[in-house]
Design a protein around this ligand. Structure first.
Ligand code: SF4
Length: 627
């Protein structure tokens, strides 16, 4: 891997590398990256999927590799601006005193006190501010509300300092959202978030396509509008107190946003724009447009009074533009043919988003890459291929000309793991399916001396099984997703050693539990995306129109990547042993099942429950011997 990347960096080319679990992927790209810096003064950007992985790279892997190679490049960690304290907004919030609860006031006081000690302003290090604290938007900035060089706090701004540090670094660690924001902004010619680099290394690259879809599209959220209202109020308190009508206009926008949210109905929906457009909803959206227009007009009068009000005016105009675009497209429009995108709505408990997502990002991503300073690109992940074939990944991102390399995992799957597909289960659409598979899996969990992950494709099935097993599994602790924050849940699961964890999509990847604390992974169904999700539905229709078979060309390849991620939770180390149970009988009954099975590591296979129980029971001896 290191040699291939070295060659690609030298020749200004691109490469896609699937590196199986245990290959040492991180060191495989860090070594040639640091060598390229040392020998040729090349600047490197490393982008990864999550903040946790960024921290791991920056605080552990990069320093280790730097020490091992006895080199000393300047390294920098750059997160999205919403991770850094914005002192301007913090002070503005303190002055306003407008909070929904006493606890927000207390937390704000703690953040203020922390702000006098922090060097980086990275709020993820502030112990008093939890991940889901409602205070976050009050103490962080967005692209929309940041005042930039005109901010009175600019000289000490943490976002500006972090970016400044990144511009002088040799290796910068970022995440995919930041990388894409930088590429898209460059694309629009607005400005640069990241320093120029010679090489970009994208780790966890299988996540890039989905993130790219959201960056090359458009969206307007109720949160954007509510934040605009709040920022207008805060700015008005200091610079436009004399205009009471501004406050009235803000209240009316807030009211109209709430009305639209009510009209959208239950939360957790993703619906095509055309399907949701009832007459009542159209009327509410038109009302919202009218109120946003009124606020825009009001703000225009005050825009020259402060940078803050000017920025609110600009944001209001942008929101209005997007809203008008959506309101003008209730009837199918011709431009959808010219620009293949899907317009849709997502509802949350207290809000909504209206979105326009392009069906294809390959051209946009290629254009952004061509305009980027970096001439060599590395895309790597443990899951980029379907049976060693990179076609889908390359096609989606316009990487057809990139080289590729598959590096299988060095683990001895044939002796470390068993793949079990239970016998006699009905088709997953059968209403007795959940009841039947859980009954077959229960004896395996009881025989397993270690921990068990059960990965679900739906919350409905998770809740059903949770109720059943909390009654039946007396000797094991059963955890379920949502009971605790993800990291804490995994930590407690790991500590228990023989617990059962029931979880859905966000646990299918990025979870690393080594040893006997995870020796059984159960997957309830093949993870096909819901065909009625607007983006999937639109892709399916587009594939049909162009004479393709959407099931084989889109749904199966995407499900294979997800299945590989889920299955990858089991064997994390040379000493790990365990069983992967795939309950879905379509793996055997349908011809396409072979495509899935061929994409999985070469585990020994059995359909016999007693063989699995025997294998799991034998793991007891592993524990005894280790003791
Ligand atoms: S420049 Fe932007 S992020 Fe920095 S303190 Fe000012 S408003 Fe906040």
């Amino acid at each position: 891997m290191a040699q291939s990347i070295e060659a690609v960096i030298e020749s200004d080319e691109s490469i896609c590398i699937e590196a199986g679990t245990g290959t040492g992927k991180t060191f495989g790209y860090l070594v040639p990256a640091l060598k390229a810096w040392y020998l040729h003064d090349k600047k490197i950007i490393v982008s990864t999927g999550t903040k946790n992985l960024q921290d791991q790279l920056f605080y552990r892997d990069l320093p280790n590799m730097r020490d091992a190679l006895s080199v000393s490049p300047k390294i920098a960690l750059l997160k999205g601006r919403n991770n850094y304290l914005c002192t301007y907004r913090m002070d503005q919030s303190l002055d306003s005193g407008q909070f929904q609860s006493r606890s927000m006031v207390d937390t704000l006081a703690k953040v203020k006190s922390w702000s006098s000690q922090t060097q980086s302003g990275d709020l993820t290090q502030c112990k008093d501010l939890s991940d889901n604290d409602p205070l976050w938007p009050y103490v962080t900035s967005t692209n929309d509300n940041c005042l930039g060089v005109e901010c009175p706090d600019f000289a000490d701004c943490y976002v500006a300092k972090a970016r400044q540090k990144a511009t002088t670094a040799d290796v910068v660690v970022v995440n995919h959202h930041l990388l894409l924001a930088d590429m898209v902004l460059k694309d629009d010619g607005f400005g640069e978030l990241l320093p120029d680099a010679d090489t970009v290394i994208v780790d966890e690259a299988h996540q890039l396509t989905d993130i790219a879809h959201s960056f090359y599209g458009q969206r307007l959220t109720s949160r954007q509008l509510m934040e605009l209202c709040r920022d207008t109020e805060l700015e008005a308190l200091t610079t436009a107190k004399d205009d009471r009508q501004l406050s009235v206009a803000v209240r009316r926008v807030e009211g109209a946003v709430n009305e639209v949210r009510l009209e959208f109905g239950e939360s957790g929906r993703k619906v095509n724009w055309q399907l949701i457009a009832t007459t009542a909803l159209q009327a509410k959206l038109k009302d919202l447009e009218k109120e946003v227009t009124a606020l825009c007009e009001r703000l225009e009068r005050h825009a020259s009074r402060s940078k803050g009000l000017d920025s609110c005016h600009r944001r209001c105009e942008e929101s209005l533009q997007t809203l008008s675009l959506f309101n003008s497209t209730f009837s199918p429009s011709n431009d959808e043919k010219a620009y293949p995108a899907v317009r849709w709505v997502e509802t949350y408990r207290n809000g909504f988003a209206v979105l326009e997502t392009p069906l294809n990002v390959s051209e946009s991503f290629s254009r952004s890459r061509n305009e980027h300073a970096a001439k060599s690109w590395v895309f790597t992940s443990a899951t980029l291929t379907q049976a060693d074939d990179f076609s889908l990944f390359k096609k989606e991102l316009g990487l057809e000309k990139a080289k590729d390399l598959v590096l299988p995992s060095p683990f001895d799957y044939a002796s470390q793991a068993i793949l079990h597909i239970p016998r006699g289960l009905p088709d997953p659409r059968d209403r007795t399916y959940v009841e039947k598979w859980q009954a077959q899996v229960l004896p395996l969990i009881e025989a397993n001396p270690g921990g068990t992950f059960v990965l679900f494709t739906s919350y409905a099935a998770l809740n059903k099984v949770k109720d059943l097993w909390q009654e039946k599994l007396h000797d094991k602790k059963v955890f379920a997703q949502g009971e605790l924050p993800k990291n804490e849940l995994i930590e407690q699961f790991r500590e228990k050693g023989d617990a059962v964890l029931l979880a859905t999509s966000s646990f299918w990847e990025g979870v690393d539990v080594k040893g006997m604390a995870l020796s059984l992974v159960v997957i309830d169904k093949l993870p096909f995306s819901a065909p009625d999700e607007p983006l999937i539905e639109a892709k399916i229709q587009a594939a049909r129109k162009s004479g393709k078979n959407p099931f084989f060309d889109i749904q199966i390849p995407e499900a294979i990547i997800s299945l590989k991620q889920g299955a990858g939770r089991l064997i994390r180390d040379y000493n790990d042993s365990g069983v992967l149970v795939l309950c879905d009988p379509r793996l055997i009954a349908n011809k396409y099942g072979q495509t899935f099975l061929k994409s999985l590591p070469p585990m020994k296979r059995t359909r016999e429950q007693n063989v699995v129980i025997e294998f799991l029971s034998s793991l007891n001896q592993v524990i005894d011997n280790n003791d």
